[in-house]
Write a protein that binds this ligand. Sequence first.
Ligand SMILES: [Cu+2]
Length: 111
Amino acid sequence: MMVFEPILSKISVGDTVNFIPSDASHNAESFSVPTEKSTFKTPYGKATKITFNEEGIVLVKCLPHFSLGMIGIIVIGENVDKKKAVSDWQTIRAGVAINKEVIDQALAQIK
Ligand SMILES: [Cu+2]
């Protein structure tokens, strides 16, 4: 499946996420971050742990599959401002062919 599971993760500042690709065709890389400090990119096909030390929202894509809606959302901490994430999502959304609504709905859930 060309999805991140779960699509939306809520974690605390300082938590670590292990990105585990189901096969060698997938990676994970940020395309929206609170600041550049939270930018990351994992190698293809290799489980990789990333620690998130900034409050906010990180949007993640699989580079070869983001157009198939392979996008994940990580909410870090309790007091997040989603304006930047929503704006960055709107920018990339035009290049996404399917499953756009799933991401729209997940972002809408974030208070
Ligand atoms: Cu992928």
